[in-house]
Write a protein that binds this ligand. Structure first.
Ligand code: UD1
Ligand code: CA
Length: 458
């Protein structure tokens, strides 16, 4: 039987170098928090325990991870170092037998296959500990790993505790470790804090364990995020990965550099994404769409073969065949059925729009329910808010609103109603009617402005 596996993620630190009130591990990288990205790198593993060590702004970090199945939180009330952080899991792992995978909450670019092969190296060699390492061009700031030619590790020394000569060693500690738990337990409780920072360093257990083996991986994968410059560099790496994978799966990206796509977004094959487009959150772009230029789609589904130009869609769904934009804003759980045309300067909020409906210009629909084949004339506005409450507007199938119609909600307009241009409707209209509110037009023949009339007097 394979050894059982527990995972511990270190997420208690403040992240002083981020210069932020938000805990470091909650800063976002391609749509997920750093710590969620770290968790994503353990996808496919089946740990028996999943522990997150939280401390600085613990409640916020717990909230962000509450959706993770089986997660347990361990509090580190004072952040006295990475070794002290792992000490906090000792009571929770009482009686545990197997391996403990320790992950730094600020190392977000790891690939699952790298961790898996590290675990395999660990078990195949019966190591007390296996650590992930990388040979970096610029190892500044990282702990240095000292090992022999067979990658058997003697010790890890933090950058700030290294001599000049030791700093020349460019093999760095990634902050990702697999420990045989019972071997670790002989050392972990006895850590000392006699270093430059007076912290309990997890890295100090290494010199007292044997055998410890290093496994080299690519520097890009183990980049730690300590400041916002590194966050931005990691974002570039993650974006490259996401976009490369999409392009190879059949998605065209035009000027890929100018596009951003969260790792949580699904894009189906034969979608074309044009420049300056941002796809975020749990969005799904179905096959055959053309999105952009200049589109922002967040937590929304865009149905097959939809065109979406210079527009913003958030928390909403558009069914197949939509023609959206330019300059449409669709938000707040709006549901747009098949083949709708939503054009220039149209805002739709929390409304459902029936199939084959058109609203081509300059409208606001809020809290509205439209049937199918509705034609919304230019300048149609739902007056949905009385200053305190929001009210509903219902338009039946095939309603046609004239230009500059104001619909004062609550109001229901029956099927096949035509509303004349410039009308302000406050009362329900039965099906098959023409509705209009209009003051009669006055035409005064031969009229001239007063200044002309006065100038012509003798
Ligand atoms: C650590 C390693 C270093 C390695 C680097 C890789 C130590 C002593 N050093 O340094 O060898 O090269 O990571 O990125 O381990 N944390 C806690 N509680 C604490 C302190 C930290 O949970 O008391 C968490 C932080 O939230 C963070 C992680 O541990 O997620 C790493 O802490 P950080 O202070 O960034 O360590 P580094 O100085 O980067
Ligand atoms: Ca770090």
């Amino acid at each position: 039987m394979a050894d059982s596996l527990a995972i511990a993620i270190l997420a208690a630190g403040k992240g002083t170098r981020m210069r932020s009130s938000l805990p470091k591990v909650l800063h976002r990288l391609s749509g997920l928090t750093l710590v969620e990205n770290v968790l994503a790198s353990t996808a496919g593993m089946n740990p028996t325990r999943k522990l997150a060590i939280v401390g600085y702004e613990a409640a916020q970090v717990k909230d962000a991870l509450a959706h993770v199945e089986g997660i347990e939180f361990v509090e580190q009330t004072e952040q006295l170092g990475t070794g002290h952080a792992v000490q906090q899991v000792i009571p929770a792992l009482e009686g545990f037998e197997g391996n403990l995978l320790v992950l730094n909450g600020d190392v977000p670019l790891l690939k699952p296959e790298t961790i898996e092969s590290m675990l395999k190296t660990h078990t195949d060699n019966g190591n007390a500990a296996t650590i992930l390492t990388a040979q970096m061009d610029d190892p500044t700031g990282y702990g240095r790993v000292f090992c022999d030619e067979n990658l058997i590790v003697q010790e890890i020394i933090e950058h700030r505790d290294c001599t000049e000569a030791q700093r020349k060693n460019n093999r760095t500690n990634a902050g990702i470790y697999c420990f045989n738990w019972s071997a670790l337990m002989t050392i972990l409780p006895h850590l000392k804090s006699d270093n430059d920072q007076n912290e309990y360093y997890l890295t100090d257990v290494i010199k007292d364990l044997s055998p410890v083996m290093a496994m080299d991986t690519s520097p890009a994968e183990v980049a730690g995020i300590n400041n916002r410059k590194q966050l931005s560099e990691a974002e570039a790496v993650m974006q490259r990965r996401i976009k490369d994978a999409l392009m190879l799966s059949g998605v065209t990206l035009i000027n890929a550099e100018s596009i951003t796509i969260d790792s949580t977004v699904t894009v189906e094959p034969d979608v074309i994404i044009e420049p300056q487009t941002n796809l975020r959150g749990n969005s799904v772009i179905k096959a055959g769409c053309r999105i952009g230029p200049g589109a922002l789609v967040e937590n929304s589904t865009i149905g097959e073969n939809t065109l979406l130009v210079h527009s913003m869609v958030t928390d909403s769904a558009i069914a197949a065949g939509g023609r959206i934009g330019p300059f449409a804003h669709i938000r707040g759980q709006a549901q747009v059925a098949e083949n709708c045309r939503i054009g220039n300067f149209v805002e739709i909020k929390k409304s459902t729009i029936g199939a084959n409906s058109n609203m081509a210009h300059l409208s606001y629909l809020g809290d509205a329910e439209l049937g199918a084949q509705v034609n919304v004339g230019a300048g149609t506005i739902t007056a949905n808010y009385d200053g305190k409450y929001k009210h509903k507007t219902v338009l039946g199938d095939r309603v046609k609103t004239g230009a500059n119609t104001t619909l004062v909600a609550p109001i229901t307009i029956g099927e096949d109603v035509t509303i004349a241009a410039g009308s302000t409707l406050t009362k329900d209209v039965a099906p098959d009617c023409l509705a209009l509110t209009r003051s009669p037009q006055k035409t005064i023949p031969g009229w001239k402005p007063r200044y002309i009339r006065e100038d012509s007097q003798p």
